[in-house]
Design a protein around this ligand. Structure first.
Ligand code: F3S
Length: 281
């Protein structure tokens, strides 16, 4: 059987773990309940929650007279207001690190700063954070080129989407220094992602086969697989144990396993068991 190197950081980050726990607890407590979007990008977990009565709705308008769970990357201030108006029970599972970024946006906007948010404009977390500042005073910037295209400001503040790469954030801050007389920076990056990526790189360099477990619709799992593949071309992104192909294991002495932030522990366990079965053949 090949030796298995399992990443310590594989699977749920703090915020996702907290959100899933809150969702299962809320499902026990409330008969009528929904989540605003899938709780995490794991079809298997979403299915389990559905089994507990949690239906997924895609917009606030679709929330009926029921409890509603807000997922870890949060919602916009407008959506939150709408939910409050509906007077439904709100189970707010927004990750505290995302909440912090939302609070910075609201406060800095209130203090008269223009805000640069380093991140991907379309991401729901970014949409949530920028909704706490006035539209014409917030600028979402994904890279140095976009930062260079910004005009000059008298007072500027910079924050980041929690999953941003530190180097990109630092390089954009350097450009922003040339754009304003006063610059304030809050490092709102959460290091769960970079810790997981660093460990994955390390393991991928020590094995003949690398498996990355997580939803095919999970951006962070796909990114993790791409990082591993650069180091070990024999890298496979699998969603469940059934996706493993015994042919992959030919001549493999050591196999590495990691998983994205939205991969439940039980799916990782099943993959480990499957590796053992395949290895014994
Ligand atoms: Fe929160 Fe960081 Fe996870 S911001 S949701 S703990 S990646």
């Amino acid at each position: 059987m090949p030796e298995i190197l399992l990443a310590k950081s594989a699977g749920y980050c703090f915020g996702v773990k907290r959100a899933t726990q809150m969702a299962f607890e809320a499902a026990d407590e409330h008969e009528d309940i929904c989540s605003l979007g899938p709780i995490i990008h794991s079809p298997q977990l979403v299915k389990r929650l559905e089994g507990q009565g949690v239906r997924v709705v895609d917009a606030v308008g679709a929330v009926e007279n029921e409890a509603v769970i807000i997922r870890s990357h949060g919602i916009t201030a407008g959506e939150l207001d709408e939910l409050k108006k509906k007077q439904v029970t709100i189970v707010d599972a927004t990750c505290p690190f995302v909440k912090k970024a939302q609070e910075h946006a609201a406060r800095l906007n209130g203090e008269g700063y223009h805000l640069v948010l380093v991140g991907e404009e379309e991401h729901p977390e970014v949409q949530g954070i920028i909704s706490y500042a006035e539209k014409d005073r917030v600028h979402v910037v994904a890279n140095v080129e976009q930062a260079e295209a910004l005009p000059r400001f008298s007072r500027l503040a910079v924050i980041a989407q929690t999953t941003q790469a530190f180097d990109n954030f630092r390089d954009i801050i350097a450009v922003c220094l040339t754009k304003a007389r006063e610059l304030r920076v809050y490092n709102t990056i959460c290091d769960a992602t970079s810790v997981r990526q660093k460990e994955a790189r390390d393991i991928a360099s020590r094995v003949e086969l690398m498996l990355v477990v997580g939803g095919y619709n999970s951006a962070n799992t796909t990114r993790l697989a791409a990082i591993c593949r650069e180091i070990q071309p024999r890298t496979h992104h699998v969603e469940t144990a059934d996706d493993l192909d015994p042919a992959w294991f030919a001549g493999v002495v050591r196999v590495g396993v990691t998983a994205g932030a939205s991969t439940p522990d039980w799916l990782i366990e099943q993959v480990l068991e499957r590796i053992e079965e395949v290895g014994e053949k």
